[in-house]
Ligand binder design. Structure first.
Ligand code: HEC
Ligand code: HEC
Ligand code: HEC
Ligand code: HEC
Ligand code: HEC
Ligand code: HEC
Ligand code: HEC
Ligand code: HEC
Ligand code: HEC
Ligand code: HEC
Ligand code: HEC
Ligand code: HEC
Length: 291
């Protein structure tokens, strides 16, 4: 067959070759020369075409298992001229099939799921993925303005945050990012009660140093034990301690911090002589109302 391939542009030779093929393969019962092209079988194609059959064998997927060459290529030149099918002949009825330029992504119909696209695709993704765009739009961030394929540059690939961003601290790894961020709403920082304080320390060194150096019991607590779940949440002391002191005292000194300083470094009232005793107020003892 190599002889045929060398001369493939000459239609007369092609016809002769087809006829020869037919005779060799006993494929034609009657009048081989006249109806040669019309009675080609799928098995014949590879005798002249290398790449399409090889591609289909390797990655034809359902274009290999569900259909054959001739379901798409109906006839053959010179008898039939236009034998390149439109995708819409078989794919209809879904939003995805209303896209234009199918071959710009499915670049080779013989390997239909080997998909390539540029870094500027969003609309085409939305024909199949609905949830992500909603998150991106309802939680505006600089990611909202990026195209889907700017990050997912190969279909199905999940990028690492650190491909584009530095970590907050040298000892952080890419696995840490998702403890606080979601890609499609990166500014809504949220975390669990297992997030270690060192992750907060990356940006709040002062608070971290103050707390961990403090000799009071709060120093044993993780940042997220108090600042729960959502970034910038600030707890009320009472949410853990209740109304520990008599109302009369609290009326006079409405803020806990007036006596206890700040949460990260409490004044040790049992050993230091801070505020002057309030008339008629006996602060509860350590033992009385422990949580
Ligand atoms: C005897 C050799 C031979 C066989 C067998 C053969 N082809 Fe071809 N085919 C050719 C040649 C030669 C051309 C023309 C190439 C050109 O003009 O550049 C061609 C062209 C084509 C084209 C391109 C048409 C176009 O408009 O660009 C397709 C598609 C094609 N063949 C499919 C098939 C299929 C499917 C089979 C099997 C059913 C097949 N061929 C069997 C030799 C063959
Ligand atoms: C799902 C439909 C489909 C099937 C099945 C299919 N093709 Fe194609 N084929 C196409 C389309 C569409 C093109 C045009 C591709 C382009 O324009 O880049 C094409 C192009 C071709 C070409 C010309 C360009 C080239 O790549 O050489 C040949 C030859 C060809 N096919 C042969 C085959 C053979 C042989 C088979 C079976 C082993 C086959 N095709 C199966 C849709 C199909
Ligand atoms: C002759 C009919 C026919 C033509 C023409 C055709 N396809 Fe298909 N295609 C099928 C069938 C049948 C399936 C399997 C059922 C399904 O997924 O719809 C399929 C499946 C696919 C798949 C999924 C493959 C898999 O393994 O899941 C892709 C992608 C695809 N086609 C793309 C295309 C593109 C792009 C074109 C145009 C270049 C095209 N098809 C032209 C019949 C066709
Ligand atoms: C922007 C790129 C892009 C364009 C343009 C595109 N597709 Fe797709 N297509 C995809 C991706 C990505 C998938 C998902 C593949 C997977 O599931 O792995 C897909 C899947 C498919 C499937 C299999 C899944 C299904 O829903 O049946 C078919 C068939 C298909 N495309 C046909 C087409 C046709 C026909 C066109 C043109 C009207 C087209 N595609 C245009 C990217 C594209
Ligand atoms: C024709 C439908 C279709 C199109 C178009 C499509 N996808 Fe997909 N995508 C799928 C299917 C089906 C899966 C596999 C679903 C699964 O694994 O849960 C998938 C998987 C993914 C995954 C991996 C999901 C995971 O959990 O690992 C990502 C990321 C993705 N697609 C992004 C995109 C992007 C970005 C685009 C546009 C460039 C796109 N998809 C276009 C159908 C499509
Ligand atoms: C492919 C590159 C890319 C990847 C991957 C990526 N980002 Fe981004 N991200 C950007 C770009 C570009 C910006 C905008 C930068 C600017 O304008 O300063 C941005 C901005 C941000 C912002 C600031 C948002 C704002 O509105 O201020 C946060 C937070 C962020 N990214 C977190 C993440 C996290 C977490 C991940 C992983 C889940 C991630 N990014 C993955 C490219 C990327
Ligand atoms: C800034 C980069 C970036 C952009 C832009 C982006 N993604 Fe993602 N996407 C990711 C990362 C990283 C993940 C992994 C999950 C995570 O970290 O929250 C992901 C996960 C996914 C998944 C898996 C399921 C899920 O929701 O977690 C799909 C599907 C997906 N993205 C589709 C899209 C689509 C569609 C768009 C455009 C509307 C898009 N992505 C825009 C980075 C991005
Ligand atoms: C402990 C929670 C936490 C972890 C873990 C975390 N971040 Fe952040 N990230 C934040 C907070 C909080 C902000 C600032 C929000 C603000 O400014 O209001 C932020 C902001 C960002 C920004 C915006 C620019 C900036 O530096 O302020 C980017 C980009 C970013 N993070 C990427 C990452 C990456 C990449 C990782 C993984 C290595 C990561 N983050 C891990 C909480 C975290
Ligand atoms: C990427 C840097 C970054 C990380 C990581 C980070 N923060 Fe912040 N945090 C900030 C910035 C920026 C502010 C705003 C500072 C300002 O307004 O002066 C802030 C403010 C706060 C505030 C003050 C809110 C207020 O109303 O004053 C608290 C509480 C806080 N962060 C707790 C945490 C906790 C707990 C963690 C760890 C889970 C954490 N942060 C991780 C950057 C970060
Ligand atoms: C998330 C819960 C929580 C919050 C919010 C909280 N605390 Fe505490 N606090 C604790 C726990 C737990 C201890 C240790 C109790 C123990 O070990 O007996 C403690 C201990 C104390 C102690 C005793 C310190 C010592 O070393 O003996 C004081 C005083 C105190 N808290 C005051 C406050 C004040 C004032 C605030 C608000 C600024 C506050 N706490 C907010 C949980 C909390
Ligand atoms: C016992 C509960 C508790 C713990 C543990 C705690 N905080 Fe706080 N934090 C508070 C309270 C309450 C405030 C509000 C100021 C006040 O009343 O003390 C606050 C204020 C802040 C502020 C804003 C004011 C400032 O000092 O900059 C930041 C930032 C902050 N905390 C970060 C952290 C970080 C980081 C950690 C862990 C290293 C941490 N906090 C541990 C309760 C706590
Ligand atoms: C007028 C000063 C003052 C104010 C205001 C005040 N406290 Fe106290 N608090 C004290 C004194 C004094 C003690 C007793 C110390 C002791 O018994 O060891 C104490 C004890 C405590 C203890 C027990 C410490 C331990 O070791 O068990 C907690 C918890 C506490 N206060 C929480 C609060 C909270 C929450 C607020 C705000 C609602 C608050 N305090 C307001 C003066 C004050």
């Amino acid at each position: 067959m190599s002889k045929c391939r060398k001369m493939k542009t000459a239609w007369t030779v092609l016809l002769a070759c087809l006829a020869l093929l037919a005779i060799q393969g006993n494929a034609f019962a009657v009048e081989p020369a006249k109806k040669a092209a019309a009675t080609l079988s799928n098995d014949d194609c590879s005798k002249c075409h290398n790449k399409p059959p090889a591609d289909i064998a390797a990655a034809g997927r359902k274009h290999k298992t569900e259909i054959g060459c001739q379901d798409c290529h109906n006839g053959h030149p010179p008898t039939t001229r236009k034998i390149i099918p439109l995708c819409s002949q078989c794919h209809e009825g879904k939003p995805h099939f209303k896209l234009t330029g199918c071959l710009s992504c499915h670049s080779n119909p013989h390997t239909p799921l080997n998909i390539t696209f540029g870094n500027n695709v969003t609309d085409a993704c939305l024909t199949c993925h609905a949830g992500q765009i909603v998150k991106l739009r309802e939680n505006k961030s600089k990611h909202t303005a990026l195209n889907c394929s700017f990050c997912h540059n190969k279909h199905g690939k999940i990028p690492d945050c650190t491909q584009c961003h530095k970590t907050h601290a040298a000892d952080q790894t890419v696995a840490d990012c998702k403890k606080c961020h979601q890609a499609h709403m990166p500014k809504n920082v949220a975390y669990t009660d297992k997030t270690p304080s060192k992750d907060c320390a990356a940006c709040h060194k002062k608070a971290y140093d103050l707390l961990t150096a403090s000799k009071f019991k709060h120093s044993k607590l993780a940042c997220v034990a108090c600042h729960q779940a959502k970034h910038k949440m600030v707890p009320q002391c009472q949410s853990c301690h209740g109304n520990r002191h008599p109302a009369a005292m609290m009326a006079k000194f409405p803020k806990c911090g007036m006596c206890h300083n700040i949460a990260h470094d409490l004044n040790n009232l049992s050993t230091t002589a801070s505020p002057a005793p309030v008339a008629g107020v006996a602060p509860t003892t350590k033992k009385s109302k422990k949580k």
